[in-house]
Write a protein that binds this ligand. Structure first.
Ligand code: KIV
Length: 286
């Protein structure tokens, strides 16, 4: 795996603002979608300049910004605040905001109120965790003009129910459930699906089965339509044990691990995802 230093990243500053149509076209022609979490205006500018396609205001901000040990205490107001910070920088990338725990699970109307608040602050799509039990909610939002990204596999808001951060869909029954949940989300109208900590072969299969629902993998191998990482992990700022699927892009493997600046690390992430060099199934897959 080698990244040529002079290899150009996508011409982010010159590109038109991304929208669902353009993202679908990218996925259709096999161009990998590069997603990354983002929580403030300065990083929005840097991610946009690097050519990141999808900026996710993830509830991982609970961990990396607020110092929490899980995403569960993150409030809708926190998500709205950070979504507004990102939106204010007017990214050309597609802006997705996470629906936090407790803001959408009760019923579709509760979800609509929460999603509307995030859309008012500048989100272009909302992300929620869950499968079959979320069908009515996803349909309700999509029918009212709110694009939805589903999230399956390891869903951090359910970490206690799942027994920790572990790979999902490993045995036949769990894989069948994941396939069924993905099909349910596609049928409900989800335009995007984050697959987290899922065996590579299963993620690839789900991707091929639902071409209208762009799959974005994190710890799900190289066969998804796109990739996402938590910004702080990419920048080598992981606290505690670094998950297998993470690569610290501030280390230059071609220069003995020399440290790179933030802008260059972001550029290399974009270039490597677009070129299919990240993730490397052997190193980062399950
Ligand atoms: O909150 C988040 O950052 C996420 C990503 C890990 C996909 O949901």
């Amino acid at each position: 795996m080698s990244v040529h230093p002079s290899e150009p990243a996508a011409a982010a500053t010159a590109r038109p603002a991304l929208n669902l149509v353009r993202l679908h076209e990218m996925a259709r022609r096999g161009e990998k979608i590069v997603a990354l979490t983002c929580y403030d205006a300065t990083f929005t500018r840097l991610l946009d300049e690097a050519g990141v396609d999808v900026l996710l205001v993830g509830d991982s901000l609970g961990n990396v910004i607020q110092g929490l040990s899980s995403t569960l205490p993150v409030a809708l107001e926190h998500m709205a605040y950070h979504t507004a910070c990102v939106a204010r920088a007017r990214p050309t990338g597609w802006l997705v905001a996470d629906m936090p725990f407790g803001s959408y699970e009760a019923d579709p109307r509760q979800a609509f109120e929460a999603a509307a608040q995030l859309m008012r602050t500048g989100a272009q799509m909302v992300k929620l965790e869950g499968g079959g039990e979320m069908v009515a909610t996803v349909r309700f939002l999509v029918d009212r003009g709110i694009p939805v990204c589903a999230h399956l596999g390891l869903t951090p808001q359910r970490v206690h129910a799942l027994g920790g951060f572990r790979v999902q869909g490993r045995d036949d029954a769990a894989a069948a459930l994941l396939r069924a949940d993905a099909a349910a989300m596609a049928a409900a109208g989800a335009a995007m699906l984050v697959l987290e900590l899922v065996p590579s072969a299963l993620a690839r299969e789900i991707t091929l089965a639902h071409p209208a629902m762009m799959t974005i993998g994190i710890g799900a191998g190289a066969g998804t339509a796109g990739q996402v990482l938590v910004l702080h992990d990419l920048l080598g700022l992981t606290t505690g044990r670094r998950p297998r699927f993470v690569r610290d892009f501030t280390r230059d493997p071609d220069a003995g691990g020399a440290t790179l600046g933030v802008a260059e690390a972001l550029r290399r992430y974009v270039v490597d995802v677009k070129a299919g060099r990240f993730p490397d199934e052997a190193l980062h897959g399950y």
